[in-house]
Design a protein around this ligand. Structure first.
Ligand code: GDP
Ligand code: MG
Length: 598
């Protein structure tokens, strides 16, 4: 029976432990992709993913494997991202699987997202198959890592495969374990169709392409499907699988992972996590959907060319289709004009969206510094929610302010514990616990304001631990903090897009640092420009950008042509991302300056 030969699994791991490389090897080993077509990290199809070497969107591939028992098996492999911001994508792919291959680097051992991903797999009742990867590395210590898996995760690792995805060692063994240990999908072929939408993409030619896992029943072209959340109906035009290119099929049945197209034009109609059923024989209840993910950081996105406002809106709508964690709404800034306030799961998510907007949609954007969501209790008893520092009320109207705190788990080799504690303390962290994972490695837990994490916590942590620290965090709630809004005045004009929220104790220090930083970033103008940092009406720091001499080239005293050209080039480069604010030209970097101080 076909259903018994199906195995649906994901590969989960901390970033860089080798998920994508292992996926590549599996595709090669099963001849899904010929050697000629093979390129590294084949499933990472977005340019951005290849360049950064990280997996952002999940991908599903069907492959056939001829097992040692003489039978042919159908595998659906769903690759997942490993970064903390994309936990949402991971949980989506896991809901479509029965098993998870857990890749752990033989030299690094268990890291923060190894654990976070394991918890998600356990939540989804998946069979977990541990694989110790990179055994080819000189620093590999597979036996230590085996012990860690047993102790920290609490699963039996006796049969953990020792592998090298790079060298192609252990691949066959992993495939055999999948056949043996990952359960075939249950579900009823005769029951009404129930298919889980775990992703969707817009194709200008075919409309919305739904990525589904069929839980019950069958679906084929010509069927009229119904989306259970809104009751809308569509006639199926095509069904098929990814291999990794799309291949049309006559039907998708219980256990299958593939796609459905049905000339769905309106991207808002399809919701990831929704259930697809048949209009003439509907399921009585939808599948358990997904938890809605709430954005944790917000920033403003503004087109440099104001006529691109509508393009930006369309681009955001397009990206939101397969990224329901992305939020946006229109906002206006006195300094930057019309744009959008956008919500993201974290900084990497924000970075990726920004870059995709610029690359895939050809937009030049000004982004403002990220902010978290503050709860402001006003003296008149009103409570307001503020995700934009510019909207912060005047100090005299504020009774108190609450900010989000996270519980941060930081895993490091024990020699760096001191450094981690120092950095965490400086970031207003409150020590919770510290546990030894094994002889060498420690899990340090702090409660820290999310805004400090958003600033430069991770960068500091990485540089303070020679790159060894890994971080995972979850929101634990709001707490009252002594926070103030810092305004920045350029040429005596308040620039709303430069305002930020800061703890009172750091306000003088940060005010000073930001004006110095802005002085370096904002090019000289024809006139002197004072830069001031203010809390309410009180100026806490000031510096001046000296006026430009009339002609930059005058400095060159004729002679050196190449030097002149360089200067001109430099001026041209500087023009790229400038926004005219009042009479001053401000570069993009200035809006991020608050993140890159000291
Ligand atoms: P992912 O972030 O988990 O998808 O990790 P990747 O598959 O992108 O791999 C991260 C890095 O580790 C890449 O430079 C790979 O070439 C390397 N890598 C993956 N597997 C192995 C392995 O078995 N041995 C060695 N030495 N390097 C590996
Ligand atoms: Mg990857």
């Amino acid at each position: 029976k076909r259903q018994e030969s199906i195995r649906n699994f994901s590969i989960i791991a901390h970033i860089d432990h080798g998920k994508s490389t292992l996926a590549d090897r599996i595709l090669q080993h099963t001849d899904t992709v010929s050697d000629r077509e093979m390129q590294d990290q084949l499933l990472d199809s977005m340019d951005l993913e290849r360049e950064r070497g990280i997996t952002i969107k999940l991908n599903a591939v069907e492959l056939t494997y001829n097992a040692k028992d003489g039978n042919e098996y159908i595998f659906h492999l769903i690759d997942t991202p490993g970064h903390v911001d994309f936990t949402y994508e991971v949980s989506r792919s896991l809901a479509a699987c029965e098993g998870a291959v857990l890749v752990v680097d033989a030299a690094q051992g268990i890291e923060a997202q190894t654990l976070a991903n394991v918890y998600l797999a356990v939540d989804n009742d998946l069979e977990i198959l541990p694989v110790i990867n990179k055994i080819d590395l000189p620093a590999a210590d597979p036996e230590r890592v085996r012990g860690e898996i047993e102790e920290v995760i609490g699963i039996d690792a006796t049969d953990a495969v020792l592998a090298s995805a790079k060298a192609g060692i252990g691949i066959e063994e992993i495939l055999e374990q999948i056949v043996e240990n990952v359960p075939a999908p249950d579900g009823d072929l005769e029951a009404p169709l129930k298919a889980l939408i775990f992703d969707s993409v817009y194709d200008s030619y075919r409309g919305v392409v739904l990525n589904v896992r069929v839980m019950d029943g069958v679906v084929k072209p010509g069927d009229v499907i119904q989306l259970m959340q809104n009751g809308k109906e569509y006639e199926v035009t095509e069904v098929g699988i990814f291999s990794p290119k799309t291949i049309a099929r006559d039907f998708l049945m219980v256990g299958d992972v593939g796609y459905i197209t049905a000339s769905i034009k309106n991207i808002q109609d399809t919701q990831v996590g929704d259930t697809v059923t048949l209009a003439n024989n509907p399921a009585s209840e939808p599948l358990k959907g997904y938890r809605k993910m709430n954005p944790m950081v917000y920033c403003g996105l503004y087109p440099i060319d104001t006529s691109k406002y509508t393009d930006l809106r369309e681009a955001l709508e397009r990206l939101q289709l397969n990224d329901s964690a992305l939020e946006f709404e229109a906002e206006t800034s006195q300094a930057l004009g019309f744009g959008f306030r956008c919500g993201f799961l974290g900084l990497l998510h924000m970075d990726v969206i920004q870059e995709r907007l610029e690359r895939e949609f050809n937009l030049d954007l000004i982004t403002t510094a990220p902010s978290v969501i503050y709860h402001v209790n006003k003296t008149n008893g009103e409570k307001i929610i503020v995700d934009n520092p510019a909207d912060f009320p005047e100090p005299s109207m504020i009774d108190n302010v609450e900010e989000p705190f996270v519980k941060a788990q930081i895993m490091v080799p024990n020699e760096y514990v001191g450094a981690v504690m120092e950095i965490s303390q400086r970031k207003r962290g409150e020590f919770v616990t510290m546990d030894y994972l094994d002889e060498y490695r420690v899990n340090v837990v702090y409660n820290i304001p999310l805004s400090e994490i958003v600033f430069d916590f991770f960068d500091k942590l990485k540089s303070g631990t020679k790159g060894y620290a890994s971080l995972d965090y979850e929101l634990i709630g709001y707490r009252t903090s002594n926070l103030v809004k810092m305004d920045i005045l350029l040429n005596a004009e308040n620039v709303d897009a430069l305002s930020f929220i800061v703890h009172k104790d750091f306000s003088y220090e940060r005010g000073k640092a930001i004006v110095d930083k802005l002085k370096k970033l904002i090019p000289r103008q024809q006139f002197e420009v004072p830069i001031q940092a203010a809390i309410g009406t009180k100026i806490v720091a000031r510096t001046d950008i000296k006026a430009l001499r009339k002609n930059v080239l005058a400095k060159c005293y004729g002679g050196d042509i190449s030097r002149k050209r360089k200067l001109l080039e430099k001026q041209k480069d500087g023009k790229k991302r400038m926004k005219q604010i009042g009479s001053v030209e401000v570069p993009q970097e200035a809006f991020m300056a608050v993140l890159k101080m000291d």
